[in-house]
Design a protein around this ligand. Structure first.
Ligand code: ADP
Ligand code: MG
Length: 352
């Protein structure tokens, strides 16, 4: 990714929702913003009584055995990114894993269980990992102003926007980039900023860099496949943020944060391992099968309906795949070009 653009939340606040989204749903952007969370976190490091754990997302309840499996796949993907992303430059980040805490670890329970919300105090295995931070508040507000269902042409009044913004679930705002589908329903009733679905058409209307995202996703799939031997079934791609070190006097301020917008890959719960020492056809089948199932087709550009966008995905995938196969001296066994051709044929039969 090229140069960073630093924007102040106070300056952004002067702009229209469309302008804010255009500038901020972009992986080169850093938003400098006041953060109460930052101040609270600094205090909590010194005062453990202030530490508490909140729910920021929920999926299917995984069985403990699955969690161990997911941990090892997630770890394989992190390692593959560590190993190959230097040459591939995908632009995607994968949350780092810290630890897996087994249900037999009495010590952890004694010291930490009362920090969890009451409904989460029964013990199973637990995994700790980096948190992808939500999009900054200024972006969340713009998402509501721009996307919340309107009555005719009338926007919800500012009080209503603030009320939606304050709903705890809406603070944990990650945006899913559904390049594979033009539009989807965003009902008033179901409106939520948690895992907010951003479809292709609105992304194009906002002038977002969809070609860049498509290429980036292609590269990420190639690292998962050829670097980690993980099929990528039902993974998620989201725009979120992370704190980066400020520069100059800003760096010394505890109440100001530099939040870099980032593109993240997560959720390896449905993935399985594809053994690259198996026959080529078995390997291709494992990978292409996963690409057409689950939510993957929401993310992957449609090869027929959006040919240019799909071409960017394909190019990213092929470039990254070739680099990795060469590094692993597997390029005589596998051809990513053949694989992509097979995927397209397969998708043609599978998708309508
Ligand atoms: N590292 C993370 N940082 C921030 N949010 C996360 C992280 N991991 C998961 N989430 C949130 O929690 C949700 C559920 O987690 P996920 O791993 O997708 O579980 P499931 O496999 O059950 O779908 C995700 O969709 C996402 O919104
Ligand atoms: Mg999930």
């Amino acid at each position: 990714m090229s140069s960073r653009k630093y924007l102040k939340a106070t300056d952004l606040a002067q702009l229209s929702a469309v302008d804010i989204l255009q500038r901020c749903l972009n992986v080169e952007t850093v938003v400098s913003t006041k953060s109460s969370f930052m101040q609270r976190s600094h205090l909590a490091v010194r005062y453990p009584d202030l530490q508490h754990i909140v729910e920021i997302g929920a999926g299917m309840q995984a069985l403990s055995t699955n969690l161990v499996h997911e941990y090892s796949l997630h770890q394989a993907v992190v390692r593959a990114f560590d190993r190959y992303d230097g040459s591939v430059n995908s632009g995607v980040r994968v949350p780092r894993l810290f630890n897996i805490i087994r249900d037999t670890d009495e010590d952890f329970g004694t010291h930490n269980l009362d920090k969890f919300p009451t409904s989460y105090r029964t013990r199973g295995h637990m995994v700790t990992m980096d948190r992808i931070l939500p999009l900054p508040k200024i972006v969340r507000k713009a998402l509501i102003s721009h996307f919340y269902a309107r009555d005719g042409d009338v926007l919800p009044d500012p009080g209503a926007i603030d009320a939606i913004l304050d709903i705890p679930q809406n603070k944990h705002c990650l945006v899913r980039t559904y390049l594979g589908r033009d539009t989807g329903v965003l009902t008033k009733h179901g409106f939520s900023l948690r895992n907010f679905p951003l479809f292709l058409k609105p992304m194009q209307e906002l002038g977002l860099d969809v070609m860049g995202l498509a290429s980036t996703m292609g590269k990420a799939f190639a690292i998962m496949h050829w670097g980690a031997g993980v099929n990528g079934d039902d993974v998620e791609f989201v725009l979120g943020s992370s704190v980066i070190q400020g520069t100059g006097v800003e760096a010394l301020r505890l109440d100001v944060q530099q939040r870099a917008i980032g593109f993240y890959l997560l959720d390896f719960g449905q993935c399985y391992v594809v053994d690259l020492s198996d026959d080529r056809d078995i390997v291709y089948q494992g990978f292409k099968g996963a690409m057409v199932t689950g939510d993957n087709q929401l993310f992957i550009p449609h090869y027929e309906k959006s040919p240019h966008l799909y071409a960017a995905f394909r190019k990213g995938y092929i470039e990254a795949g070739q680099v990795i196969l060469q590094e692993r001296t597997l390029e005589s066994k596998f051809s990513v070009v053949d694989f992509m051709n097979e995927y397209e044929e397969y998708a043609e039969d599978f998708l309508c």
